[in-house]
Design a binder for this molecule. Structure first.
Ligand SMILES: NC(=O)c1ccc[n+]([C@@H]2O[C@H](COP(=O)([O-])OP(=O)(O)OC[C@H]3O[C@@H](n4cnc5c(N)ncnc54)[C@H](O)[C@@H]3O)[C@@H](O)[C@H]2O)c1
Ligand SMILES: OC[C@@H](O)C(O)[C@H](O)CO
Length: 310
């Protein structure tokens, strides 16, 4: 072994090559210096108007699974924050059972145009047709929220291929093809837009006591799909984010057989309770908002009362 080989530091050549790879420190122009750059102008006089302006969701939106619990309450939140046109997409049978809720929503926002469009997210023809109608009716799509989803609580030793595939088709594949259909409209418009996918706390966690590997795998797929689509579509001005709700107090988690299970869920949640459906809407509005959410893409907001902290 020579003395040169025992040296611990880089050789002259290595040092030269390392130095040439150092990324030069970016020089901040006067206007970009955070210490001297002026704060944004304040456009309105009242505190209420200023708060409203920050979280506005303007333009046209599509909400899939929009006749379901979380979809409908999110649609209302988007309308409250300035949306002018909304297409609620869902299965025809769900529209039948939610007629009064959708009528009540329409009566609260008489100046907004609200349309129901039938959609089966497992059919590419149905997606083409529904998003084609939405584009024609609203002249574009600024916001898409994907809430269509089904549970799947079969044990992994006995789950059948049909059961497994159904959960994947609705939750993961359905969300992707709806996102793709909306992104094409957003890209063509040259204006971009915002897409919100619904993952779940189950994307990051193994639920207890019920087994639900198919559901959890489908939702983990959504969380990672979100990051991939965000990276690919940023160039078109399309932001893609997801929310991960914990156990929300909805029909999906109700029923006589679930009373004991719900107690276990509560005991494993630091806040000690299930979420009220309304409690996801802050995250929905933030991510869809064109101003407050402007630099947020590829993010997943967990809304679970702290369950994932344990
Ligand atoms: N409720 C919860 O605790 C919870 C927690 C985490 C995530 N989520 C997710 O939130 C979303 C909404 O859940 P929810 O609690 O409002 O349930 P929900 O059953 O009230 O809503 C789901 C909606 O999806 C629609 N849907 C189902 N299959 C469809 C298909 N093939 N094509 C089109 N629409 C279809 C249903 O008709 C329904 O309106 C789901 O993706 C769910 O997995 C729910
Ligand atoms: O983890 C929260 C939910 O996704 C839940 O698992 C779902 O409600 C299953 O039915």
């Amino acid at each position: 072994m020579t003395a040169q080989n025992t040296s611990t530091g880089p050789s002259e050549d290595q040092r030269a090559s390392l130095t040439s790879r150092v990324i030069p420190v970016m020089k901040l122009s006067e206007g970009a210096n955070p210490l001297t750059r002026p704060l944004p102008t304040v456009p309105f006089t009242s505190a209420r108007e200023r708060a409203e302006a920050r979280f506005q969701v303007l333009g046209n939106a599509v909400v899939t699974g929009g006749a379901g619990v979380l979809g409908l309450i999110s649609a209302q939140a988007l309308l409250e924050h300035g949306l002018s046109s909304l297409c609620i997409m869902d299965l025809p049978q769900t529209f039948e059972t939610s007629t009064s809720q959708i009528e009540s929503l329409a009566s609260k926002f008489p100046d907004a145009i609200i349309t129901k469009i039938p959609l089966d997210v497992t059919s590419t023809e149905s997606i083409q047709s529904a998003f084609g109608q939405a584009k024609q009716l609203m002249g574009g799509i600024d916001v898409l929220c994907c809430f269509a989803g089904i549970p799947g609580c079969q044990p992994s030793l006995t789950v059948t291929p049909d059961q497994w595939n159904r959960v994947m088709d609705v939750n993961l594949n359905g969300s992707f093809f709806c996102a793709q259909a909306a992104a094409k409209v957003m890209e063509e418009s040259g204006k971009g837009g915002s897409i919100l996918l619904t993952a779940s706390m189950s994307a990051h966690y193994t639920n207890f006591p019920q087994p639900q590997a198919a559901y959890n795998a489908s939702k983990a797929g959504i969380a990672h799909l979100t990051r991939n689509l965000a990276a690919e579509w940023a160039i078109h001005g399309i932001r893609v984010n997801s929310i991960s709700p914990g156990y929300m107090d909805t029909i999906l988690n109700a029923g006589d057989g679930l009373a004991d299970v719900r107690k276990v869920w509560d005991s494993r949640c630091p806040m000690g309770r299930m979420g009220d459906p309304e409690e996801i809407t802050g995250a929905v509005v933030l991510l869809c908002s064109q101003r407050a959410g402007r630099y947020i893409t590829g993010a997943d907001i967990i809304v679970d009362g702290g369950t994932l902290t344990l």
